[in-house]
Design a binder for this molecule. Structure first.
Ligand code: F6P
Length: 545
């Protein structure tokens, strides 16, 4: 099961059959300096990948795989603005959004940096005004609540970053994110708000997304009912690539912050889509977030592959998925403010690499993107870690932890850190039958009872983990971490030979939902669908009557 013509893939296959039985605890016993060999850093950000079932030979072959897949050339093509999103014939230039003002990035003969800088400048002015209170609503009051209405990439990125950087928020402002078309989301958000002091940011690349337009329409109705139609101008701004649709919705294009089709939805938090972030933490700090991402871009572009953080993270993931059989990855931030990171990375990874057709239209012959899930530590420990430790599947985990917490309770932070270190150690080392039996006997159990219980207390161990350690979660560090994952996903997609930048898989359901909507209230039976769907529509109609 290989992306055929890559000969290094076959070599890795052979190596994997040799290395599969290897125990990490033996590797650590034989090489106490594994950490020295298998860690890498960029500034304050350190990746320890020593707790994986890899040796120097594995890493060398994985690097050979990356080279054979043409990683360096493809990476340079992405940064140069080539249309590497082949199925949509688009450039992929989220990296340009965080470029320095003097950089030059050409798209169809035009340097796009001046346009990016012009939008950034407008974002600075606007966010400054909202924060200072100079931007006032229809009744002359400063804003107190900011509601971002968007979904997918127009929600997950800003929502995650705004929460991640809570310690840097403006005191007066509260942030709300409404994404789901389920009316309770917008209804319950609006219920607590005062129209006179609420700012709506309608975030949609296309400005045609059903959920976003429905929520924005409801929000506008709520505002107009309280303050009248002219108030929309002072309480609604739009973030979009589609000026015509923004105007049609009734938002003044002067209050639209633009971005471009070469920014993928799930890569858009660095664009105007990040306006809520800029309002929350201030534009200077938003620029620190961009600078962190830029630093990781530079690292990815210039570091040798064997010392390159996104490349290593991607290749370790490929080793675990394609050669050791892992079908999932757990993202485990030991940081309450990063509790939305797993959901954000779910879209970034699964919408990018959840594909089964290669760029040339042929079917993939190896596993591609994994199922990604997770939660903030230590909550996950009391929920799904049981399976990670003792289940039948091997689930590689990424642990993220800050040496310093930004909250006032350092004793809590030390407990958090102790847990974040204990879990990867336990997952690596495990506990053998003999060890578990000896422990039970030492606890005073009878030999029979110890023998009966010991198998349940065995930890197979040998479960791979990466640890990302940083000083504290500031905007710059967060920018580095997010760009690290973006580039990891790019590298993996390239090796699997898929288009990581389209998302055709979300279309079919959207089209069917549009067809079903009028059928839910139409008289008479529905016959256009399969028997199950037709029957469910009939049942719903009956229950609603
Ligand atoms: O779910 C598909 C998708 O196109 C995502 O890629 C995107 O982030 C989301 O919908 C929202 O799209 P828009 O920003 O155009 O409303």
């Amino acid at each position: 099961m290989t992306p055929d013509p890559l000969t290094s893939w076959h070599k890795l296959d052979t190596l994997a059959s040799k290395q599969r039985p290897v125990l990490m605890r033996d590797l650590f016993a034989a090489e106490p300096d594994r950490f020295q060999r298998f860690h890498e850093r960029e500034g304050d950000l350190l990746l320890d990948y020593s707790k994986n079932r890899v040796t120097g030979e594995t890493i060398d072959l994985l690097i050979e795989l990356a080279k054979e897949a043409g990683l360096e050339e493809s990476r340079d093509r992405m940064f140069a603005g080539d249309k590497i999103n082949a199925t949509e014939r688009r450039a992929v230039l989220h990296t340009a959004l965080r470029a320095a003002p003097d950089q030059e990035v050409m798209v169809e003969g035009e340097n796009v940096i001046p346009r990016i800088m012009a939008v950034r400048e407008r974002m600075r002015l606007f966010s400054d005004c909202v924060r200072s209170g100079h931007w006032t609503g229809a009744t002359g009051k400063p804003m107190r609540d900011v509601v971002n209405i968007g979904i997918g990439g127009s929600d997950l990125g800003p929502a995650m970053v705004v929460e991640a950087l809570t310690p840097f928020h403006h005191d007066r402002l509260k942030f709300h994110f409404v994404s789901n078309v389920d009316g309770s989301a917008i209804h319950e958000t609006l219920a607590g708000l005062d129209p006179a002091t609420t700012l709506f940011i309608v975030a949609s690349k296309t400005f045609t997304t059903q959920e976003t337009i429905a929520n924005a329409t409801t929000a506008r109705g709520w505002l107009v009912e309280a303050l009248g139609a002219p108030a929309v101008a002072k309480h609604f701004v739009a973030l979009s690539t589609n000026g015509a649709k923004v105007r049609e919705f009734g938002i003044d294009p002067a209050h639209m912050f633009e971005f471009w089709d070469w920014v993928g939805g799930r890569f858009s938090l660095w664009s105007a889509i990040g306006l809520s972030i800029a309002v929350a933490i201030g534009f200077d700090r938003f620029e620190q977030l961009l600078a962190g991402a830029r630093r990781m871009d530079e690292h990815f572009r210039t570091r040798s592959l064997d010392r390159n953080l996104p490349v290593i993270l991607a290749l370790i993931g490929i080793w675990n998925a394609n050669f050791l059989g892992a079908g999932a990855v757990a993202i485990l931030p030991y940081d309450q403010h990063l509790r939305k990171l797993p959901a954000y990375l779910q879209q970034l990874d699964m919408e990018s690499n959840g594909k089964s057709v290669r760029l040339d239209g042929s079917a993939t012959t190896c596993a591609t993107g994994p199922v990604l899930f997770g939660d903030a530590g230590t909550n996950g420990q009391h929920a799904f870690y049981q399976m990670i430790h003792q289940g039948t599947q091997m689930i590689p985990c990424d642990f993220l932890l800050a040496a310093q917490g930004l909250g006032p309770l350092d004793n809590h932070h030390l407990m958090l850190l102790a847990n974040a270190l204990a879990q990867p150690e336990a997952l690596m080392r495990g506990k053998t039958l003999d060890e578990s039996q000896a422990e039970l006997l030492a606890d005073g159990l009878s030999p029979d009872e110890a023998e009966r219980l010991a198998p349940h207390r065995v930890f197979p161990g040998n479960r791979p983990t990466n640890t990302l350690l940083y000083k504290c979660l500031d905007p710059h560090t967060l920018g580095m971490i997010l760009a690290l994952y973006e580039h990891k996903i790019f590298v993996q997609g390239l090796i699997w030979g898929i288009d990581s930048f389209d998302q055709w898989g979300v279309e079919l359901g959207k089209i069917l939902a549009k067809a079903i909507l009028p059928e839910l209230t139409a008289p008479g039976p529905t016959t256009d669908h399969d028997g199950s769907t037709n029957a469910l529509i009939a049942e719903i109609k009956q229950l609603r009557n």
